[in-house]
Structure formats: C-alpha cells, structure tokens
Write a protein that binds this ligand. Structure first.
Ligand code: SF4
Length: 330
C-alpha cells in the first residue's frame, strides 16, 4: 500500500478532510506528521528558511518528520483556491522549498492547483494525482466526488467542532462532531486569521481553547457566506488580490458590524507581508468610524510568542468585551 505523507501545516488546516478522503478512497495509507516538538527551529534544514514566516518553517519541520516514514510527500503547488484571486506567492514555492530541505529523500507530489482555470479545477487536479498513482478515470472520479462530500460535511460542522472539541481533535476525522455548541459561553468572540494561525497549536498556542476557557463562544470566518465577504471587500478603495487576505478583511468588517459579536481577534503572522497590509487597512477603516465599535485585538504570532503572553492579552481583552457588553445591556 502506498504511503502518502500529509504534513500537518499550512492548508492542512483547511483541506485535510478532502485530501485524506481522496487518497484513502484510492487505497493509499495516509500518514500525518507528528507534533514537531520544541527544538524544531534548531534543525539546520529549518534554519535555512530563517526569513520565512513561522507557518512556513513549520511546514518544513513537518515534512522532515515525514520524509523517512512515507513513499510520497503530498505538497501541492497551491496557486489559487478562488475563482479570481490568488494565494500568497510563498505557496507556489513550497514544493521547491521542501525538495531542497528534504534533499530528495522522498518523492514530492507537487501537482499545481489553480482554481481560476477551467470549469472543474478540483476534477483536473484530482485526475492528475490519480493518474500519477496509476488509477483509471472511473475510480478517480468516484474518489474525488466522495472526497468533496467529506469536505462539505466537515465545513458544515466546523463551527460546532471549534466550539465543542479540543483543538487537537478539530481535524481528527475519527472524532464525531458534538451535537450542539457549548452552552457555557456568555460572550461571542470572532477569531479571524489564516486557518493555520487559528488551528495549529505551534502557531496560535490554542487561542481557541483559551478563549473558550474564558467563557467565549467562537465565531469564525468559515461560518460566513463567501459572496457576502466578497461584497464587503469590494467596497474598499483598493483591490485585494490574495484570497486569504480578502477572507480575513471581509470577515473582520462583517463581524465588527454585527450586534451579536462582542469582540474580534485577528491572529496575524509576524513576517507576513499580507497580514501587515491587512492591519494597515483595518487601521484606516477604524479611523473612518465616528462611533465607537466593538473591541478589536491583533495578536502577532511568531516563534517568540508564549502561551503566557497570549493568555494575558486575551484575558484583558475578554474583560474589555465583557465590560462593553454590560454597558450595552444598560
Ligand atoms: S500568507 Fe503570510 S503567513 Fe501565510 S504563508 Fe504567506 S507569508 Fe506566511
């Protein structure tokens, strides 16, 4: 049985259900990387990428963990996951970075994915991979359709998983989705950012768990309509070309305007040009507001971010949100 390694980093935190279901349907064994451990930054192959953002360094570390355990590393070249907009340019180079870091020890499956091309980009992508694995069109089609159903179900359940499961289980498909969100939360806080900033404990330090402990129900961008996000972003004076940037800024604008949200937290990657730009955008949006709006917090994440530092800032933020909610109730 062919062993396909899926690194637990970057867009694993969006597409793992789709990718893993597809490979399993095609009879492959899916191997996920183990936690990288504290010393991963000291590994020489990771240190080469010192100038990169933390999520990118973690991608290298996860691939290094997998390289001796699998036949093939799955590192697609993600160019676009949106009909019009593109991914951060670093995603195009990820397969090359991984080939360099792993020194050719494992085959790297690096088929490009560009959602802007053709009528059925997922169909074309899955066909290219399936054929590389030696399967015929009929089996590939059945596997790709089955995988889309798994992904759609996962996305439908995501808010409940975020609010009802420990962070390590959100993407563990063997854990069923809890029936209802925790009734304990008495504040509604939106967490926005790249999915790996939210769900990768080595980046976001389990901000989801911390916020839930403080009595927050979590709202996420995935619960919003993509069309609504696009509409909101198109009102800005400048076009944003990166799909993740559009999602983040659109979600921020929508959540900030909603009466049922008590605060918004933006998890931003230090050394990320897109996030730096988004912060500037948001600052300008706030400047234009005459009336006070709900509390907004930016948490900048890198390898020096500590759990204690995050917890302190989040606690103070939640106090402010709670105070604002009390005032509104008067
Ligand atoms: S969008 Fe930012 S955080 Fe994500 S990979 Fe690109 S530079 Fe890194």
């Amino acid at each position: 049985m062919r062993r396909i390694g899926i690194p637990k980093a970057l867009m694993y935190y969006r597409f793992f259900p789709l990718w893993s279901a597809f490979f399993r349907e095609l009879g492959c064994e899916v191997v996920i990387s183990d936690p990288v451990g504290k010393g991963f930054l000291g590994r020489q192959s990771v240190a080469y990428f010192e100038d990169s953002c933390l999520p990118m360094k973690l991608m290298v570390a996860h691939c290094l963990d997998l390289v001796e355990k699998v036949d093939t590393l799955f590192v697609p070249r993600l160019i676009s996951i949106h009909r019009k907009y593109i991914m951060c340019p670093k995603f195009r180079g990820v397969p090359d970075i991984i080939k360099l870091a792993t020194g050719g020890q494992a085959e790297v499956m690096d088929e490009p994915f560009d959602f802007r091309l053709g009528n059925d980009p997922w169909g074309a992508f899955s066909r290219a991979i399936g054929q590389r694995l030696g399967w015929r069109s009929r089996e590939i089609l059945a596997a790709s359709r089955g995988a889309l159903r798994v992904q759609a179900k996962f996305e439908k359940d995501l808010v409940r998983r975020v609010n009802g499961l420990a962070i390590r289980d959100i993407f563990n498909l063997e854990r069923p989705t809890p029936e209802a969100t925790s009734p304990a939360g008495n504040l509604d806080v939106a967490l926005i950012g790249h999915p790996y900033n939210l769900y990768d404990v080595d980046v976001g330090k389990d901000v989801i768990g911390m916020a839930r402990e403080l009595g927050c129900r979590i709202a996420i961008a995935d619960s919003l309509d993509g069309y609504e996000i696009d509409k909101k972003v198109s009102t800005l004076s400048k076009e944003i070309y990166w799909s993740s940037g559009r999602e983040i800024i659109g979600a921020a604008l929508i959540f900030l305007a909603r009466d049922d949200i008590n605060g918004v937290v933006f998890l931003s990657s230090f050394k990320c040009g897109i996030d730096a730009l988004l912060q500037e955008y948001l600052k300008r949006v706030f400047k234009g507001q005459r009336e006070s709006i709900i509390p907004f917090l930016t948490l900048s994440l890198d390898e020096h971010t500590t759990v204690q530092g995050m917890a302190t800032r989040l606690e103070a933020f939640v106090d402010i949100c709670r105070d604002g909610k009390r005032k509104d109730a008067r």
